[in-house]
Design a binder for this molecule. Structure first.
Ligand code: E4P
Length: 224
C-alpha cells in the first residue's frame, strides 16, 4: 500500500521523505491556507521534495473553471495530480483532464456509487473520506470495503483507492487489510505507525541486559 502525506507543510514532508517511505503527498485548500504561504511556492517546494504524485486541488466549482485551473496546475510539475471534487462538474473536468493525459484525484467521496462514477470518469485516484464519516456516526472503513468490492468486479477500472481523512493507525491497518491502494495520512499518524509499547518495553529490556555485560558489539566483532 502506498503512503501519502496529507499536508502542505514542507518541513514535515522533507522529514518524512527522508525515510524513503513516502510515495506521494495530498493537499487541499484548507491545508495550503494553513501554511500562510503562497500557493505556487508551496506547490513548487512539495513537487521538488517528492517524486511521486502530489495532489493539488482546484477551487473553481464549474467544469470550465476546474479545467482551466487544472491545466494550470498540471503545468507546475510533471508529478502534479489535479484534485477535483466529486460533483457533476468535477466528474466532467475529470473526464476531460484525464483525456488530456493529466492525472486526476476525485476527492470528497462518501459513497460507493460516487466512486463508481470517478472510475468511469477516468480518475487516477478516488479519495473516500473515512474520518469524516466516522465523525457523523457512520462506519468509514465500510466505504473502503465496498469500493474495493465494486472496483474488483471491473478489472478495466484503473482508478486507485486513496483512503483519506485518516485519523489514526487503526484506519491504516484496516485500509491495508481491505487492500486499498494508498492511504493519505497526517504526518503524526504516519509516525505513530512505528509505535508500539511492547517494542519500547522490549528494547529497554534488551539494552539493559546487554549493558550489564559491560561489552560492546563492535569490540565483539573485531578479531583478537
Ligand atoms: C484528502 O486528500 C484530504 O486532504 C484529507 O484527507 C481531509 O481530511 P480531514 O477530514 O482530516 O480534513
Amino acid at each position: 500500500m502506498k503512503f501519502f502525506a496529507d499536508t502542505a507543510d514542507t518541513d514535515e514532508i522533507r522529514d518524512l521523505a527522508a525515510t524513503g517511505l513516502l510515495d506521494g503527498v495530498t493537499t487541499n485548500p484548507s491545508l495550503v491556507a494553513r501554511t500562510g504561504k503562497d500557493f505556487r511556492d508551496v506547490l513548487d517546494a512539495i513537487c521538488a521534495l517528492v517524486k511521486g504524485p502530489v495532489s493539488a486541488e482546484v477551487t473553481a466549482t464549474d467544469a470550465g473553471g476546474m479545467l482551466d485551473q487544472g491545466r494550470g496546475l498540471a503545468e507546475v510539475a510533471g508529478n502534479v495530480v489535479v484534485k477535483v471534487p466529486l460533483t457533476w462538474d468535477g466528474l466532467k473536468a475529470c473526464k476531460a483532464l484525464s483525456g488530456e493525459g493529466v492525472g486526476v484525484n476525485v476527492t470528497l467521496c462518501f459513497a460507493p456509487v460516487q466512486a463508481l462514477l470517478a472510475a468511469k470518469a477516468g480518475a487516477m485516484f478516488v479519495s473516500p473520506f473515512v474520518g469524516r464519516l466516522d465523525d457523523i456516526g457512520h462506519e468509514g472503513m465500510r466505504l473502503i470495503d465496498d469500493i474495493r468490492t465494486v472496483y474488483d468486479h471491473y478489472p478495466d477500472f484503473a482508478t486507485e483507492i486513496l483512503v483519506a481523512s485518516v485519523r489514526h493507525p487503526g484506519h491504516v491497518a484496516e485500509a491495508a487489510r481491505i487492500g486499498a491502494d494508498a492511504c493519505t495520512c497526517p504526518p503524526a499518524v504516519i509516525r505513530k505507525l512505528a509505535d508500539h509499547p511492547l517494542t519500547d518495553k522490549g528494547l529497554a529490556t534488551f539494552l539493559d541486559d546487554w549493558r550489564k555485560t559491560g561489552r560492546d558489539i563492535r569490540g565483539a566483532l573485531t578479531p583478537a
